[in-house]
Write a protein that binds this ligand. Structure first.
Ligand code: NDP
Length: 283
């Protein structure tokens, strides 16, 4: 048996084309959705992410404004820039690319973004809304995973869902979204005893640890849906996930590839969140 591959690239194109149609409708009312992306410093991976986000905006008809700042800018100066964007009527979504340089307090920077423009969904009030089942913005990566599960008709109602990795940006919101969809959710971290015993129960297994290939085929329930959020670069420069694809594909029922799985969906959902912020501002 070999799992069917969930094509995140194709699905992301479909989502972006839907966004593009809704952007045209909003433009007809005189509003062009605008996303501001703030990049501090020279982190090479961040530079690529920011470029991709800006290009995706342009292609779908949204405005994007990339604000590149020196790595030694003070936190106060960055906060002033964020506050200006908060009151800028042309900007509906604000994203500060993480990680920030060490001398900055990321939580404070994120809390300074106006919650109604926080298209990453990381602001504490957006995290609270998600937690209480009334999300304003769903964080883009777990939102993209939910979209994938929906498009594959994977029912979460009553299902055993296991999330490996409990970060604020992926694992925790992922668990909340699946819980809200009716799953029984187990959230694992690096302290979990006997991880394989947890993962083997999963009908839906989401892995987001940043540890290349750590989930292997023998840790997967036959026929399970496996979502690999991980993006890791090997010494040879190859992109790999947190799931060992070779062994997992023989056991799973469905699986996402890396690259071409969750990654493209994350950007597509950022466009959805920005569009919806603009639609709300126009309502
Ligand atoms: P973090 O480093 O913030 O969190 C990692 C989580 O994994 C922590 O909760 C940690 O546990 C847990 N963990 C680490 N090792 C193990 C282990 N051996 N067993 C069980 N749990 C473990 O990572 P992120 O959530 O930011 O990112 C995770 C991965 O997803 C990375 O590869 C990242 O590149 C990728 N990513 C991909 C995106 C996409 O668009 N596809 C978007 C964002 C991230 P503990 O809490 O105990 O430390």
């Amino acid at each position: 048996m070999s799992a069917s591959i969930i094509d995140g690239k194709a699905l992301s194109e479909a989502v972006k084309s839907e966004v593009s149609t809704r952007v045209q409708a909003l433009k007809a009312r005189g509003i062009t959705p605008g996303l501001a992306v703030v990049l501090v410093g020279e982190d090479p991976a961040s530079q690529v992410y920011v470029r991709n986000k800006a290009a995706a905006c342009e292609k779908a008809g949204l405005n994007s404004r990339v604000i590149r700042l020196d790595g030694d800018i003070t936190e106060d100066a960055l906060l002033d820039i964020v506050r200006e964007l908060n009151t800028d009527n042309e900007i509906h979504g604000i994203l500060v690319q993480l990680p920030l340089p060490r001398h900055m307090n990321s939580a404070r920077v994120i809390e300074t973004i106006a919650a109604e423009k926080d298209v990453d969904g990381f602001h504490i009030s957006n995290a609270g809304l998600l937690m209480t089942g009334q999300p304003l913005f769903r964080p883009c990566t777990p939102y993209g995973v939910m979209k994938m599960l929906e498009s594959e008709n994977v029912s979460l109602w009553g299902a055993e869902a296991v999330v490996v990795g409990a970060s604020n940006i992926v694992g925790k919101p992922m668990a909340m979204l699946m819980l809200a969809a009716g799953a029984t959710v187990t959230l694992c971290n690096s302290k979990t005893r006997d991880l394989a015993a947890q993962t083997r129960r999963a009908d839906v297994l989401v892995v987001a640890t940043g540890k290349p290939g750590m989930v292997t085929g023998d840790m997967i329930k036959p026929g399970a849906t496996v979502i690999d959020v991980g993006i890791n670069r090997t010494e040879q420069g190859k992109l790999v996930g947190d799931v060992d694809f070779e062994s997992a594909v023989k056991v799973a029922g469905r699986i996402t590839p890396v690259p071409g799985g969750v990654g493209p969906m994350t950007i597509a959902m950022l466009l959805v969140n920005t569009l919806e912020a603009a639609e709300r501002s126009a309502a």
